[in-house]
Design a protein around this ligand. Structure first.
Ligand code: ATP
Length: 385
């Protein structure tokens, strides 16, 4: 059983089923009375040709606007309006630390620093040019693992691999270099987030330009969790987002990449790299959720420098986790973003596993799924207001 799992299965407070169920808008024929007076009916009048196309589009479904729909739109609009009047600086706490790593460090040294400081990503600094050199993330370590798996003969030199060599590893593996979206700390949060979501970057480094020294400087890095927590703490209208995940079709449900306790860590890493995902649920053969293996777990496994540990089974890797591991978060298809925001407010959530009452895995809800809905998909909902 998922010992660490905190199950947030609160029933959706608002299953308002009183209104007719959604149905795809039928092909509403745009009925036009045709008046045929003698030979006139055979002519197409210019005004017909010039009529904007939109007038002949099927009209919007005429179902009554339910309170739950109105509230959802109002909640989304409040969040967007809030993000439009805040800049990236606002998301940062009053005091924070920033750990930058020089590209001249070895990958092994960087792993030790990550573990000691309890971080999972860091901006890179190129001291030869005094410039920001991109963001080091756990994906870089996954690439290193794959590289040495293909080149066991080179493993003897693994301790000499520098952070500046990671570009060559990427090139060799033919993987896309990570997205290097950055934003100015003064950028409007809404704009910075849209840019990040479209680029599929998971973090936004805040990079400012110092006109005196003519150099760029990293102020901090904003994570998806930090943004969602900022929204949860400041926008009370998040409690209006009562539509369930099932209703708004939020999350991934088909083709979920999953593993069992007997799958090897190496196989799971391959899946994560190929599918560009950061976690793989661990399930029983019946599909009952037991735990989640996360990309960041790889950092702990690699810190010993023993790449042989990657042949461990997932079961063994999970039992080697620190006892302080925060556990996994679950929700049900009946939960709405209102309850999920409550969880985000209280706890450092990385993602939620969507399960049914018997803990059967139904789907995965990532933080990027939520942000995407708030900023991109939910657009249609707010446009109707
Ligand atoms: P991160 O967790 O690194 O901050 P993220 O929030 O984008 O990034 P990912 O795990 O990378 O989370 O998810 C990317 C997309 O893949 C999301 O749409 C998510 O629903 C989907 N996804 C996540 N895990 C799985 C999985 N195991 N199988 C299938 N799809 C998944």
């Amino acid at each position: 059983m998922a010992e660490n799992a905190e199950v947030t299965q609160s029933p959706s407070p608002s299953n308002d089923n009183s209104a007719p169920a959604d149905h795809p808008s039928s092909t509403t024929a745009h009925a036009q009375a045709a008046h045929h007076h003698g030979h006139e009916g055979t002519f197409v009048r210019p005004s017909d040709l010039l009529r904007p196309k939109t007038t002949s589009r099927p009209s919007a479904p005429t179902q009554p606007d339910r309170p739950i729909d109105r509230d959802q739109r109002a909640g989304l609009k409040a969040i967007r309006d809030f993000l439009r009047i805040r800049n990236c600086y606002d998301v940062l706490p009053l005091s924070f630390r920033l750990i930058e790593l020089d590209v001249g460090l070895t990958v092994k040294e960087s792993l030790n620093i990550m573990v000691q400081c309890g971080i999972v990503s860091a901006p890179l600094w190129d001291s030869s040019t005094s410039t920001y050199a991109g963001l080091l993330t756990v994906n870089d370590y996954l690439n290193v693992v794959r590289y040495y798996n293909l080149h066991a003969d080179k493993l003897k030199d693994v301790d000499k691999l520098l952070l500046s060599d990671l570009k060559d590893v990427e090139k060799f593996l033919d993987v896309k270099p990570p997205e290097t979206v950055s934003a100015s700390p003064e950028a409007i949060l809404f704009d910075a987030l849209r840019k990040q979501l479209i680029s599929r970057a998971r973090r936004i480094p805040l990079v400012s330009y110092d006109s005196d020294t003519q150099r760029t400087m990293v102020t901090s890095v904003i994570t998806q969790y930090r943004i969602l927590k900022f929204i949860a703490m400041n926008v009370k209208e998040t409690d209006m987002l009562r539509k369930s995940l099932a209703m708004i079709k939020l999350g991934t449900y088909g083709n979920i990449v999953r593993c069992t306790l007997d799958t090897t860590v190496l196989d799971v890493i391959d899946e994560m790299v190929m599918k560009n995902i950061s976690s793989v649920p661990v399930v029983t053969t019946e599909g009952i959720l037991l735990n989640v293996f996360e990309a960041v777990d790889v950092i702990e496994i690699l810190k010993t420098g023993d790449y042989g540990n990657l042949t461990w089974t997932i079961g063994r890797a999970l039992s080697a986790r620190s006892p302080n591991h925060p556990g996994i978060y679950c929700c049900s298809l009946d939960d709405g973003l209102d309850t999920i925001f409550e969880t985000i407010k209280r706890s450092r959530v990385h993602r939620l596993m969507i399960v049914d009452d018997n803990n059967y895995l139904k789907g995965v809800l990532s933080l990027s799924d939520i942000l995407h809905y708030l900023l991109v998909e939910g657009q249609e909902e707010t446009d109707q207001t």
